[in-house]
Design a binder for this molecule. Structure first.
Ligand SMILES: Nc1ncnc2c1ncn2[C@@H]1O[C@H](COP(=O)(O)OP(=O)(O)OP(=O)(O)O)[C@@H](O)[C@H]1O
Length: 335
């Protein structure tokens, strides 16, 4: 895996305010997630990576150079901010062509690249000549991403691109990012929707209060961690399921989402909805997997054995996705 970013003892202070404090990590090719609560330092990290600000101390190399100093490095980067970046009352293809021409492309080349970028983000061509004012949030996100792709960057940094998208929109955007990564574009993405990142990313940078909370203070390959740690209950076949551990003291924080594989996921979903346990759910096409979003996770986990027996389905596997990441960014308990 070639290294795209290398940071060693990297810090950035705003006067006496801590933005990032002594973090060391590497980012390789593929999709890397940046996870952390508000004020954790995600935007500070992105501003450093894109050369908008300089480190206060430590070392940072992006694509082998110093982004705040080297225009050749910045020319290979793209930054997709959280806020809307496309002005109202404009057609997306016109907007992209204009941006290409402002950047020095010929009109012909700008048209070719605008078309390629819109195709890349899978915005159906029937919409290309419509005004973006009439676009859905998901369509606007795609135009913003297309804007990033115009100059064919090696590294794309996306700040909360899933915000405001429905599950289908998040899945579609995730597929676009997977394709980009498969074609060699490195992607760094932040999101508060931890499950989205778990499904998408191979590696994570976990931030809290400007620091990386993992004790080793290095890039956390949390996918492996998450897969290992996010299975709170035994994997069994049949309905004879080992119950989950009893809540510890202080009361345990149960995962808000659980993936359940069984012989009849629609039947299980109907049962759980009838019990008023579900806030929402997703089903796979084969009717074998249910991703359950709990109204009150404790109500499920504390009577887990009985609920699943009563549902009448044959259980294959249960996996509490996202819980490892949720735990990783959780503040430590008070002394
Ligand atoms: N320009 C600035 N001047 C002073 N303090 C700043 C500045 N930018 C960020 N900070 C502070 O640095 C810390 C990290 O902020 P940052 O915006 O990087 O976090 P974040 O993880 O992106 O948060 P959010 O998810 O809310 O956007 C916060 O304490 C913030 O108040």
């Amino acid at each position: 895996m070639s290294l795209i970013v290398e940071a060693t003892h990297l810090s950035r202070f705003y006067g006496i305010v801590l933005g990032l404090n002594n973090v060391s990590f590497t980012i390789g090719t593929g999709i890397t997630g940046v996870v952390g609560p508000n004020g954790a330092g995600k935007t500070t990290l992105f501003r450093l990576l894109t050369g908008q600000i300089k480190p206060s101390s430590g070392e940072l190399r992006v694509l082998g150079g110093l982004p705040w100093r080297d225009p050749a490095v910045r020319a290979q980067l793209a930054y997709c901010p959280e806020d809307e970046a496309v002005p109202p009352n404009i057609k997306p293809r016109d907007w992209l062509i204009a941006l290409g021409m402002i950047s020095g492309l010929s009109s012909r080349e700008a048209k070719v690249r605008a078309t390629a970028a819109l195709e890349r983000v899978r915005l159906p061509s029937v919409h290309w000549n419509k005004n973006v004012t009439a676009y859905s949030k998901g369509m606007k996100q795609r135009v913003k991403l297309a804007q990033c792709l115009l100059h064919e960057p090696r590294l794309i940094i996306l700040d909360e691109p899933m915000n405001g998208l429905d599950p289908m929109g998040r899945e579609e955007l995730g597929n676009v990012l997977r394709e980009l990564a498969a074609d060699g574009t490195s992607v760094v993405i932040s999101s508060h929707i931890l499950q989205d990142l778990e499904a998408l990313c191979r590696s994570f940078i976990l931030l809290r209060w400007g620091r990386m909370p993992s004790s080793s203070n290095k890039l956390a390959n949390a996918r492996t961690e998450a897969t290992a740690a996010a299975t709170p209950v035994a994997v069994e076949t049949g309905t004879d399921v080992t119950p989950p551990p009893m809540p510890a003291t202080p009361p345990r924080r149960w995962p808000s989402e659980t993936t359940i594989r069984c012989d009849d996921a629609p039947k299980l979903a109907r049962f759980l909805f009838a019990q008023d346990l579900l806030r929402g759910c997703d089903l796979d096409d084969e009717g074998q997997t249910l991703v359950a979003r709990w109204r009150d996770p404790a109500a499920f986990y504390e009577n887990f054995h009985g609920i699943l027996l009563e549902s009448g389905v044959t259980l294959h596997e249960i996996n509490a996705k996202g819980s490892a990441l949720e735990r990783a960014i959780e503040p430590p308990p008070l002394p």
